[in-house]
Every structure is written in structure tokens, then in C-alpha cells.
Design a protein around this ligand. Structure first.
Ligand SMILES: Cc1cc2nc3c(=O)[nH]c(=O)nc-3n(C[C@H](O)[C@H](O)[C@H](O)COP(=O)(O)OP(=O)(O)OC[C@H]3O[C@@H](n4cnc5c(N)ncnc54)[C@H](O)[C@@H]3O)c2cc1C
Ligand code: SF4
Length: 550
């Protein structure tokens, strides 16, 4: 890959900031369409053999693989995903007392694509046009028909495994063969279907057969630690190599972008950035600026680019921040599998999946919008329930062995969070990061609607678990902290009316026509499913628009 630490002085056609799923796709699409592109990323270039935890077992790690929620020590959040963190002394952010927000980020070439759970679901017009149906907020300025070809394009490039089902609220895609269900998943799926729920397998950007030079998955189960063979989609095995093939991409890691630079003509003409290691300031020039530094980092760059924020004539830049609802879960055992033969159920980020079924035809009395659920279990790498199993000695071991193949869990994968103006990110003038750049102050809370979704999900999960003959041993007690699901979107929303939006329907800034923002920022609603596939599809659509209108 053409990686440089030099300071490029020529003018590029475009600068892309960030190399996560969206920056990677922007680099690929623009270079393949003939543009010269400088890609700047704040983080280092990872070396999979060195930086991914790969196949170490939890007990081989200093903190036994404990998660960031349980260990609460910055950084890293977990020894198993050392490149992803929430709190970091070099990268602070602030919140109001009593209003926590968990901002889980990574600064490395590839961004969070290196460690994501790969769930890749399309939104539908139930999501894009939700406001027309329930009267809350605004519709997206695009419909499913506008984005469908770009979902196809992204799925064909990254490789998404799944089954065609025909559920209108979860449109089918261009799938690689679906993954087989394990025993727990088969029982749950059968139960859900009997109950009239729209069940399928999670759609995963994880290869079930060789695809575009990448090998098929061998189900080792190390995915969120980083897949060293490239069987799960990430930017460094997929989009960035495609961009590199064109020989039109220059990639400069360790480049922390501070602001978009404006010319007297009202157009952006470059960005200012700081070398992460030497802390020297630089400028780079281009005809187009693409911000793809993640939802909140792109908005931070805009807020730091001009007094009151660049491109903020609408006053909505930074507003309508959303994450999705999680925290609802039910765990226990399926007695029909207790004592069954040992199996290897590793290698999937959850198997069976229930698409949203609320507020499609009928109106729920307590909430609008919806949620999706995952159903998983079996003999995965560690028997998490063992820690809370009472007893000792050989009878304890026997109990754990007997329950191991039968462990089972249902949980909310993503529930809608309503877009509310008061949920926002703004610049905190009193605090700067290690590079002297003002940080974000984030204010985001759940509303009664989100709490009602969480409660409804919990009750539905108990019903499914019981109907499957399961024995429930624990029920999730609280709704997730905003940000905790790592599906943060909004703050730079698209719209038809420049008075109420920052971006046009192609993710181009209304006020500065040669700046595009890709990622979760343009989202108008969260939708009921995982957001990243939609972010990538919006990126491809926006890049096509840029090249057509150049
Ligand atoms: C553990 C985990 C599991 C997840 N599972 C799923 C899932 O199953 N499905 C799903 O849809 N989503 C999932 N997500 C969320 C998903 O990873 C994000 O939605 C997605 O990565 C966002 O893509 P992005 O390109 O906008 O930003 P990111 O992936 O965050 O990439 C941003 C890039 O910008 C760079 N950058 C940041 N600031 C600057 C700056 N100032 N200057 C230069 N560069 C900068 C960073 O180094 C990074 O490379 C998960 C996330 C995590 C962490
Ligand atoms: S299970 Fe598959 S996708 Fe995950 S790390 Fe192993 S090979 Fe890669």
C-alpha cells in the first residue's frame, strides 16, 4: 500500500478523512472512478499478526479477557480488543453530571471495522418513512428504492452471508450462503416462527465461501479481536486494497485532522492536520473534502472549523444525536440440550435473529418504532455462566459440563432511539485533547419511548425463552447507557430542507458544496437494525453523486 509519512504538497482531487467502513469505501469508490485521493487517518497502520489478539484464550491475557464494562480501567477497554476504547486520557470528552454517554472509538487505520460484530442488515421504508406513519420527527429524504442498488453494491463487495426470507421490514440482499444454525439457534428459531415472529439468521459480513481473493471463515471465533485471515470484512483487507490497486490513493496514517480550511470563494480548499507522533501542524489541499472520521469525530471537525460550526446555517449541526436501545436480555439453559455431546459452537457473532415486528401494521399502545433481537448460545469458547454457578469440586465441574452445551441467551440487538433536538454534541471550550484540539461535550439521554421498547423487548424475550422450554436464570436489569451499543448516529443529518438539515440527500453539505460527510452523521432516524451497512451504502451513493456532478 502506498503509505507515506511525508507531507504531500500537491493538490489532490479529494481528501478522505478516516479509514473505517465509510472512509475505506470512499477511498475505493473515488479512486476507481479516476480521482486522486489523499487519505488521512489519525491512527497507525495495524499489523494483524502483532496487533490482533487472535487466538489467545482469555486466561492467557493479563485481565483474563474481562470486558471494559466490568473492568472500568482506561485504556484499553479489553485486552481482547486493545485498539478500541471508551475512556482514554489522550482523547477526552465531557458529559453533564448524571447524563453518561459511552463513546466507544478506535484510532487506527481500518477504524472499528477491524473489531465490529459484522451484523449487516438493510433498513426499509418502515425505517426511512417512519415519521409519516407515526408522526414523530422527520422522514429521511430518500426511500428504500433510492438506496437499494447501493446496498447491492456494498454487499457484493464485502460479502454478506444470509438467507432470503421475504420479510418486508428486513429487505433481502445479495447473500453468500447462509451459516448453518447450531442446536440452540434451531430451537429458538423454530419457537419464534411458531409464535409468528419473523425469524432468520443474522446477516453477517463474514465469508461462508472464498470471495474476491479473501478466504472463507473457519469459525475460530476470534472475530472481534481482529480476523487475521481477512474472512470478515474490514477496510484493510477489502476497500483499501481496492483503492491501492488503482495507484491513485496516497494514505497517510498518524494524521489527526483538526479542521476543514475554507477559501474566500466559500468553498473548502483543504484540511489542517497534526502529525500524531511529532505533533507538527500541516495542511493538505484538495478540490473535495470527505469527512468519514466516524459520526461524532466528523461533527467535531466541522464544529472546530468555524465559529458556530462549519455549514451550520440550519442550527442543527451536532443535534439529534442517537444511539440504539440495548440492555434487554434473558439468559439460562435449554434443558433438552443438557448433557448432550460436546460441540464447537464458536465463530459467529450470534446466530438466530428476529426482525422487528412492532408498529408495522398495528400501533403499539406504549411506544412507536421497533427493535430486533438475537438468539444464541451453545458451547462457545468460554462457559460464562460458570462464574455464577454455585458449588465446588467435582460436582461443580460436572454441573458446568452438563449445562455447557445448553447455555442460551436472547437479547435486544438494536431498538430505535427517537431523534430529539436536545440530544447533542457541542464543543467544550474548556477542554482540549493531547493535540490541543477542543473536545466534545456530549448530552444524550433516553426518553420514555426507549424505556418502553426496552420493557417490551424484555417481556417478549421471556415469552420466547419459556415457550422454547428454557429455564431462565437471569434477566437484564437496565437499559443500556446511551452510546453503549456503539451505534451512534445523527448530529449532521440529511434532509430535503436546508433550514432543518446539514446535508442534502447525497450527504453533501448544504452550505459548502464541496464537502461530503459519510458515516452515521447523516442518519435522520436510527432505524431498528444495525447501522453500518446503511452508512456504507450512503457513502457509495454520495461518491457516485460527487463524481457525476464534478
Ligand atoms: C465491538 C464493536 C462491534 C460492532 N458491531 C457492529 C455490528 O455488528 N453491526 C454494525 O452495523 N455496526 C457495528 N459496530 C459499529 C461500527 O463499527 C461503526 O458503525 C462503524 O465502524 C462506523 O464506521 P465509520 O467509517 O463511520 O467510523 P469508524 O469505523 O469509527 O472509523 C473512523 C476512522 O476515522 C479515524 N479518525 C477519527 N478521528 C479522526 C481525525 N480527527 N482525523 C483523522 N482520522 C480520524 C479513525 O482512526 C478511524 O480510522 C460495532 C462497533 C464495535 C466497536
Ligand atoms: S471466526 Fe471466521 S471471521 Fe471470525 S476470526 Fe475466525 S476466521 Fe475470521
Amino acid at each position: 500500500m502506498q503509505i507515506t509519512r511525508d507531507t504531500p504538497t500537491q493538490e489532490f482531487d479529494a481528501i478522505v478523512v478516516g479509514t473505517g467502513p465509510c472512509g475505506g469505501f470512499a477511498a475505493k469508490e473515488l479512486t476507481e472512478r479516476g480521482l486522486t485521493v489523499l487519505v488521512l487517518d489519525a491512527g497507525p497502520m495495524p499489523v494483524p499478526g502483532r496487533d490482533f489478539a487472535r487466538h489467545e484464550w482469555p486466561w492467557q491475557e493479563p485481565n483474563r479477557g474481562l470486558s471494559f464494562e466490568r473492568r472500568r480501567r482506561p485504556p484499553p477497554p479489553s485486552d481482547r480488543v486493545p485498539l478500541v476504547w471508551a475512556q482514554h486520557p489522550d482523547h477526552p470528552y465531557t458529559t453533564e453530571p448524571g447524563k453518561p454517554f459511552t463513546w466507544i472509538r478506535s484510532r487506527v487505520v481500518g477504524g472499528r471495522s477491524l473489531h465490529w460484530s459484522r451484523a449487516s442488515h438493510r433498513l426499509s421504508d418502515y425505517d426511512f418513512k417512519a415519521a409519516s406513519r407515526d408522526g414523530f420527527g422527520e422522514d429521511w429524504p430518500i426511500s428504500y428504492a433510492d438506496i437499494a442498488p447501493y446496498y447491492d453494491w456494498v454487499e457484493e463487495h464485502i460479502g454478506v452471508s444470509g438467507y432470503v426470507e421475504g420479510y418486508p421490514q428486513l429487505p433481502d440482499g445479495k447473500f453468500l450462503p447462509g451459516m448453518p444454525y447450531n442446536c440452540v439457534e434451531q430451537i429458538f428459531r423454530g419457537t419464534a416462527l411458531r409464535m409468528g415472529l419473523p425469524a432468520t439468521h443474522r446477516r453477517l459480513a463474514q465469508l461462508t465461501r472464498p470471495h474476491k481473493g479473501r478466504p472463507a471463515c473457519h469459525f475460530c471465533g476470534a472475530c472481534t479481536q481482529g480476523c487475521d485471515i481477512g474472512a470478515m470484512f474490514n477496510s484493510i483487507v477489502s476497500t483499501l486494497p481496492s483503492a491501492e490497486m488503482t495507484r491513485r490513493m496516497t494514505l497517510r496514517p498518524e494524521s489527526v485532522v483538526r479542521a476543514v480550511l475554507m477559501g474566500a470563494d466559500g468553498k473548502a480548499h483543504g484540511v489542517s492536520y497534526i502529525d500524531r507522533l511529532t505533533r507538527k501542524d500541516y495542511e493538505a489541499k484538495a478540490k473535495y473534502i470527505i469527512l468519514a472520521a466516524s459520526t461524532l469525530e466528523s461533527t467535531r471537525i466541522l464544529l472546530n472549523s468555524a465559529a458556530g460550526g462549519l455549514g451550520n446555517s440550519s442550527g442543527v449541526l451536532g443535534h439529534y444525536l442517537m444511539d440504539q436501545v440495548a440492555g434487554a436480555s434473558v439468559s439460562g439453559f435449554l434443558p433438552q440440550l443438557q448433557g448432550s455431546a460436546p460441540r464447537n459452537d464458536d465463530g459467529k457473532a450470534s446466530g438466530a435473529f428476529i426482525a422487528n415486528f412492532r408498529n408495522l401494521k398495528d400501533r403499539h399502545p406504549k411506544f412507536i418504532r421497533g427493535y430486533c433481537m438475537s438468539m444464541s448460545g451453545g458451547q462457545t469458547s468460554s462457559p460464562g455462566f460458570a462464574l455464577s454457578t454455585p458449588g465446588y469440586g467435582s460436582s461443580l465441574k460436572e454441573k458446568i459440563r452438563r449445562n455447557y452445551p445448553a447455555q442460551a441467551r436472547i437479547y435486544m440487538s438494536a431498538g430505535d432511539m427517537l431523534p430529539r433536538f436536545e440530544n447533542r454534541a457541542e464543543v467544550d471550550a474548556n477542554r482540549k485533547d493531547a493535540w490541543g484540539i477542543p473536545v466534545l461535550k456530549i448530552t444524550c439521554t433516553h426518553s420514555d419511548n426507549e424505556r418502553a421498547i426496552w420493557e417490551d423487548g424484555t417481556e417478549k424475550m421471556k415469552e420466547i425463552f419459556t415457550e422454547a422450554g428454557g429455564e431462565i436464570t437471569s434477566v437484564g436489569r437496565q437499559i443500556s447507557t446511551p452510546g453503549g451499543l456503539i451505534h451512534e448516529v445523527g448530529t449532521c443529518r440529511m434532509g430535503k430542507d436546508p433550514k432543518t438539515s446539514v446535508l442534502d440527500p447525497f450527504c453533501r453539505m448544504n452550505d459548502v458544496k464541496n464537502v461530503y460527510v459519510f458515516g452515521g452523521g447523516p442518519f435522520v432516524t436510527t432505524g431498528s437494525y444495525h447501522p453500518t451497512l446503511t452508512m456504507m451504502a450512503l457513502t457509495v451513493r454520495g461518491c457516485e453523486h460527487l463524481v457525476r456532478s464534478a
